[in-house]
Design a protein around this ligand. Structure first.
Ligand SMILES: [Zn+2]
Length: 199
C-alpha cells in the first residue's frame, strides 16, 4: 500500500529546504519502506545543499527505524524489524543485483534524487542493500549516527590511521565523525581536547 510521508527537499534552484508531503510507492522487489525513529545530520548534506544540481534533492544517509513494508525479494528483514539505514551497501560484492539510489516523485511532478538513500523524512524507501537489521531494544533517540558517523570515525581510527591504545592523536574537526574519533582516543586513557571545527 502506498505510504504517506513527510520529507525535507532541497529545491533545484538555490533556496531553502522545505518539508513536502509525498506518497512513497509500494516497494519494488529489492526495496524496503521504513518508518524512522531518528536521522543523523552529516556535514556531507551541507555540501549537497551548497552544490549546484539539476533536480531537487533529498538528503540524509543515516537513520534507525522499523520496517513497515518490503519487496518480494527482500529476505534479510521483515515488517516490524528494527533496522538501520546507511549509505554503505550491506554486501555489494556478493550481490549481483544493481543497487538503486532512492528517487522520489514530488507533488509538482518533478523527481527528487538522492546519492543513495534519504533519511531526512519521517518515512523512507531504500534499496535493501542500505538496510541493516539491528536489535529491537536498540535506543531510538541516539543510535542513528551509527550508520555514518560511528562507522566513519571508527574506520578512520582502526583501519586508516591504525591507532593503538595509549597513542596520542590529533583530530581535525569535532562533528559527528570527529567526536566519535575522540571518544575512541579517550578510551586510550587521555581526555580529548576539543578545538573549534567541524566534520
Ligand atoms: Zn555522513
Amino acid at each position: 500500500m502506498p505510504t504517506p510521508a513527510r520529507v525535507a527537499v532541497v529545491p533545484k534552484e538555490k533556496g531553502l529546504l522545505s518539508i513536502v508531503e509525498v506518497v512513497l510507492p509500494d516497494p519494488l522487489p529489492h526495496e524496503v519502506v521504513i518508518k524512522q525513529f531518528s536521522s543523523g545530520v552529516c556535514h556531507s548534506q551541507l555540501h549537497q545543499i551548497h552544490n549546484p544540481r539539476e533536480t531537487p534533492v533529498v538528503l540524509g544517509h543515516e537513520s534507525t527505524g522499523v520496517v513497515i513494508a518490503k519487496g518480494s525479494h527482500v529476505s534479510h528483514v521483515k515488517e516490524g524489524d528494527s533496522v538501520m539505514v546507511t549509505w554503505v551497501p550491506r554486501n555489494k560484492a556478493d550481490n549481483p543485483q544493481p543497487t538503486r539510489p532512492a528517487t522520489l516523485k514530488l507533488p509538482d511532478g518533478t523527481t527528487a534524487v538522492s546519492q543513495n538513500v534519504f533519511t531526512w523524512a519521517d518515512k523512507t524507501i531504500a534499496d535493501e542493500q542500505y538496510v541493516v537489521r539491528i536489535p529491537d531494544d536498540t535506543a531510538k533517540d541516539v543510535t542513528s549516527v551509527i550508520a555514518c558517523a560511528v562507522i566513519t570515525g571508527a574506520g578512520a581510527v582502526l583501519y586508516t590511521a591504525g591507532v593503538k591504545k595509549g597513542e596520542s592523536v590529533a583530530v581535525f574537526g569535532v562533528g559527528g565523525g570527529g567526536t566519535l574519533r575522540n571518544c575512541r582516543s579517550e578510551g586510550g586513557g587521555r581526555r580529548p581536547d576539543y578545538r573549534r571545527g567541524s566534520g
